[in-house]
Design a protein around this ligand. Structure first.
Ligand SMILES: Cc1cc2nc3c(=O)[nH]c(=O)nc-3n(C[C@H](O)[C@H](O)[C@H](O)COP(=O)(O)OP(=O)(O)OC[C@H]3O[C@@H](n4cnc5c(N)ncnc54)[C@H](O)[C@@H]3O)c2cc1C
Length: 391
């Protein structure tokens, strides 16, 4: 016997949970299938290693589903300036929110905190059912519905199935959607540190031939450092004890970071680009990292995923208001048409930054010249800022 829903969402990460909340708020019957546990309450004394820069469009989405106010102000770090330059000190360019009449560009928030706020909202939504610690084993798309069988024996039916389980999406694989993958042969070492100076309202990135070094501000005297390097180099750094890692950062990172009091934690992640060849199949849609993984140097992966949510929510809301099929081609085809070009544009931009600043000397000089030129072209800078903010 199957249970009937409007939309079945597989994957309760930040993107799947945000989509569930947006649809639940419309009164749609949603099944959210999550392989892990529901997120645990946020620990006051522990900073998550995974941090995201939420742009204004993402913040507005979280506000509209009632999750933003559940993020404690002490766990949000708004930023007003972005600084980028290359290792030789050339081509420094600064982006300031006030130059486009904004108070800030967005906020850095720990991923765990964002996810917990979204899941807290879901518990208030009577039409959303969260099914945790279970995963799909089969899916079948038919003329008027899609069926999903779970490994706990439950059978779900819906008008639409959404794959939101991140880069290794099983929904995508079972739907037969192929994937283009580029491995950058790079890893990002994330290091949370307590700093001597308060790291506030600015985020910076310095380009080096081995990859960027970035500082993402966290509340108070805390920062999340991102250190890109080749896999061996990164493994060696990751294996250092706290004191040796602190010394390495103080030696290798730009002096504007100031002194480091303590290393609070570290972890590394492989860097690759992935793009699904289609975002849709019969009664099936992909969102977030299931559809696209971009180089994190521009901090846009989650923002792209949340823009998928905004677009899909709008398509489904309109279809429902007009009595149309939620999983019909007319509904989901328009979602794909809207989102693919946006993702491709962001992929092209991050790819260019990566290639230029890790390429040969000639390319790197051209990159520095481009940063210097951007500094002298305020209108071009304003255009870039608005694109990155999703406004
Ligand atoms: C180093 C680094 C830094 C980054 N910094 C930024 C940043 O500053 N700003 C930004 O916008 N983006 C950033 N990103 C990208 C961002 O982290 C991702 O785009 C985002 O987490 C994707 O969210 P998601 O919900 O699509 O997928 P995920 O976060 O991968 O969530 C997937 C969920 O699905 C569940 N799941 C998996 N398999 C199954 C299954 N079979 N059945 C059911 N559930 C399943 C998982 O348990 C998980 O809860 C960064 C990425 C990296 C690697």
């Amino acid at each position: 016997m199957h249970e009937q829903f409007d939309v079945i969402i597989v994957g309760g990460g930040m993107v799947g949970a945000a989509l569930s909340a947006a649809l639940g708020q419309e009164g749609m019957r949603v099944a959210l299938v999550e392989a892990g546990q529901a997120p645990a309450p946020v620990d006051d004394n522990h900073l998550d290693l995974r941090v995201s820069s939420l742009n204004l469009a993402s913040q507005q989405l979280l506000e509209s589903v009632g999750a933003w106010s559940l993020i404690p102000p002490a766990r949000r770090c708004p930023f007003r300036h972005i600084l980028a330059w290359d290792i030789h000190g050339h081509g420094e360019t600064r982006f300031s929110a006030e130059s486009i009449d904004l108070e800030d560009f967005g906020s850095f928030v720990e991923n765990r905190v964002i996810r917990h706020a979204l899941w807290t909202r879901l518990t208030d939504m009577p039409t959303v059912e969260c099914l945790c610690e279970t995963a799909p084993i089969a899916q079948l798309s038919g003329h008027d519905r899609v069926m999903l069988e779970l490994d706990n024996g439950r059978l779900l039916a819906g008008s639409l199935l959404v794959g939101a389980e991140g880069a290794s999406s099983g929904v995508r694989e079972r739907a037969g959607i192929r994937l283009d993958v580029t491995d950058y042969q790079q890893r990002a070492l994330i290091i949370n540190v307590e700093t001597t100076l308060p790291q506030q309202d600015i985020s910076w990135q310095r380009f080096t031939p081995e990859g960027p070094q970035a500082m993402l501000p966290l509340p108070g005297h805390h920062a999340s450092l991102v250190w890109y390097g080749d896999p061996d180099q990164t493994a060696a750094r990751e294996a250092l004890d706290d004191e040796a890692l602190k010394d390495a950062v103080e030696r290798e990172f730009p002096s504007r970071l100031g002194g480091i009091e303590r290393v609070l934690g570290r972890a590394s992640f492989p860097i690759r680009r992935q793009h699904a060849r289609q975002y849709t199949a019969s009664r099936t849609v992909l969102v977030g990292d299931a559809a696209h993984v971009v180089h994190p140097l521009a901090g846009q992966g989650l923002n792209l995923g949340l823009q998928d949510v905004i677009a899909l929510h709008e398509r489904l809301r309109t279809a429902r208001a007009n009595g149309k099929d939620l999983g019909g081609l007319a509904t989901i085809g328009r979602y794909a048409l809207e989102r693919r070009p946006q993702t491709l544009a962001m992929m092209a931009a991050t790819e260019t930054f990566h290639r230029v600043f890790t390429g040969g000397e000639g390319l790197r000089s051209a990159g520095s010249a481009a940063l210097a030129l951007a500094e002298r072209l305020p209108q071009a800078k304003q255009w870039m800022m608005r694109r990155a903010l999703g406004i």
